[in-house]
Structure formats: structure tokens, C-alpha cells
Design a protein around this ligand. Structure first.
Ligand SMILES: [Zn+2]
Length: 202
């Protein structure tokens, strides 16, 4: 089932997510619904706060990055066939994730967010991470990721820490998009998918 995506301005996006255990009510259904919601919105990642739940759960499917964009002449050189294969099958659920290490030299990548429709900005992050997490069967993993895979994980991980990519851009750029963010928060900017605007109780 496709769930509405919470947009910028909802306090749930600013909460640090709580850890969950196997007995979290309706967990399997929630994961299924989150995948449906992410695919419906053509996203590559979705975190639980984006569907209104402040828990440490996010999922990613990076396969769209492996598709060759015919309009982009440079795209062919962007990934090697091996990298493309890795991206194609990169679909994972991360529960109670903890980033243990972030290293390397900062690089910029244009990020967007399903909770912040129609805004993209370059964000600097470190390229290599080591992360501990549990999969949907609650099996523990400690793995290393890099490049665009790490990038998507870092973005989703920020969500379960109550952070958004707009926190990481320069004050000047933030000022430039302040009006748009305000518009998103009051429902004046619509997305191509179902969203939920926060209405404070009076
Ligand atoms: Zn996001």
C-alpha cells in the first residue's frame, strides 16, 4: 500500500529515531508499504520518519542509478559494468543502523529528497562508510560501502537522526531556498506522489 510521504516542516522529520525490535507491531507490512511508497514516488531510498514513524528503519533500492540514460552523453562513463551490476541488485532494509566510520575525501553530489519535492542541491559527504545494521530478518551485519551507494545510505541515515540534506548546504544556498521550503511546509508545492503536510493543532 502506498503511504503519504511527510514533507518538510513536519516535526517527525526532526526526531531522532528510536531503535526497534522484532516485535515492533506490523513491521513486515510497514516495510512492504515503504517499498511500495518509495517505488511509487520513484525514489532510491525512504526512511520511516518520512511516513510519520520516528524509528530507526530505512530502505534503499539503488537500481535506478544503474540504468543508462540515453539523453546523457557522459553517463556511459559514469559506472563500470561491474559497478552497474552492484547497483542493479542493491536493495536492502536497514534496521537500527549505526554508522561506525566515515572516511575519505569530501565529494559533492546533487541530492534530492522525497520529503523536499522539487529541490536539489549539491551536498558534500565523505565517500567511504562502515555501518552496522540489522536486516529485515534481524540478522546483524557490519559492512563497508562507498560512492553512490554510501551516499544514498548516508542520506537515509540522516533521516533517522532527524537531519535533512538542506542542513548540509551553505547558509547562502539555504537562504536562496528558504521561500521554497516554506511553501513546501504549507502545501503550496506539490509532488507527483501523495504527500502529507503538517497541520499544527490549535
Ligand atoms: Zn530524504
Amino acid at each position: 500500500m502506498v503511504l503519504p510521504i511527510v514533507v518538510y516542516g513536519d516535526p517527525v522529520l526532526r526526531k531522532v529515531g528510536e531503535e526497534i525490535n522484532k516485535d515492533y507491531p506490523g513491521l513486515d507490512q510497514l516495510i512492504k508499504d515503504m517499498f511500495d511508497t518509495m517505488y511509487n514516488a520513484k525514489g532510491v531510498g525512504l526512511a520511516a520518519p518520512q511516513v510519520g514513524k520516528a524509528i530507526r528503519l530505512f530502505l534503499v533500492d539503488i537500481s535506478p542509478f544503474a540504468e543508462v540514460d540515453e539523453d546523457d552523453e557522459d553517463e556511459d562513463d559514469e559506472f563500470t559494468p561491474e559497478q552497474r551490476k552492484e547497483l542493479e541488485k542493491f536493495k536492502k532494509v536497514f534496521i537500527n543502523a549505526k554508522i561506525l566510520k566515515e572516511v575519505g575525501e569530501e565529494w559533492a553530489f546533487s541530492e534530492g529528497c522525497l520529503s523536499i519535492p522539487r529541490i536539489r542541491e549539491n551536498v558534500n559527504r565523505l565517500p567511504d562508510i562502515e555501518i552496522e545494521y540489522y536486516d529485515y530478518k534481524f540478522k546483524k551485519h557490519v559492512e563497508k560501502f562507498s560512492g553512490v551507494i554510501a551516499r544514498v545510505i548516508q542520506h537515509e541515515y540522516d533521516h533517522i537522526e532527524g537531519k535533512l540534506f538542506t542542513d548540509k548546504i551553505s547558509p547562502f544556498k539555504r537562504k536562496m531556498i528558504a521561500g521554497k521550503l516554506k511553501d513546501i511546509s504549507i502545501g503550496k508545492i506539490s509532488a507527483d506522489y501523495k504527500t502529507r503536510v503538517y497541520r499544527p493543532k490549535k
